[in-house]
Design a protein around this ligand. Structure first.
Ligand code: AMP
Length: 196
């Protein structure tokens, strides 16, 4: 099963992706996590991405497409994967379609977590507080000011994917404001209707 989780920052994509990993045994491919790992390791990609990520803007399509193309060729992706935070632009959506077609694969579904914007900044600040309390590093972009920019980027560049996938008959929407377990149940209900 190959699916995309779509939604603005703080919508719960990461949390739901982790639950899907556990239940379905397929990996979560989070471009945000991969880029943060590259920044930490100070690779060439990490060096190019760092300032852009800290500002809450999007890293270039070229960089993220290359990261994903390399990742999906790894053995653990043979049985499917969950794309979390990718694609984020129409060019990335075209790129992933091409990548999959070249490998004789296709997307099974795109699940949008539909959320109320006003609740999002609160969720992000809570995530930062929780990380801090647990002694974990707090993401540099998890603060109110940068969050505004991340949300603007989402509406400008990522939200058009909703129409794109609707037109491709792949879009499914779930209520991302429902309690976490309910969101998981809605996602599972969608997955039960698509081919594995
Ligand atoms: P995330 O962890 O998904 O919130 O991503 C954190 C940051 O990484 C974003 O604000 C972007 O700067 C960058 N990023 C992650 N995924 C992508 C992507 N698909 N395209 C461009 N930039 C990305």
């Amino acid at each position: 099963m190959r699916l995309i989780l779509l939604g603005p920052p703080g919508a719960g994509k990461g949390t739901q992706a982790q639950r899907l990993v556990e239940k379905h045994g397929i990996p979560q491919l989070s471009t945000g996590d991969m880029l943060r790992a590259a920044v930490k390791a100070e690779t060439e990609v990490g060096k190019r991405a760092k300032a852009v990520m800290d500002a809450g803007e999007l890293v270039s399509d070229e960089i993220v497409n290359a990261i994903v193309a390399e990742r999906i060729d790894q053995d653990d992706c043979a049985g499917g994967f969950i794309l979390d935070g990718y694609p984020r632009t129409l060019a990335q959506a075209d790129a992933v379609a091409d990548m999959l077609a070249e490998r004789g694969m296709h997307l099974d579904t795109v699940i949008e977590l539909v959320v109320d914007d006003k609740a999002l900044v609160g969720r992000i600040l809570k995530r930062a507080e929780e990380a801090k309390a647990a002694g974990q590093p707090v993401r540099k972009d998890d603060n109110a000011e940068i969050f505004d920019e991340r949300l603007r980027e989402y509406y400008k560049k990522t939200a058009p994917l909703i129409g794109y996938y609707y037109a491709n008959d792949l879009l499914q929407q779930v209520d991302g404001m429902a309690p976490m377990d309910e969101v998981t149940a809605q996602i599972e209900a969608v997955l039960a209707t698509v081919a594995s």
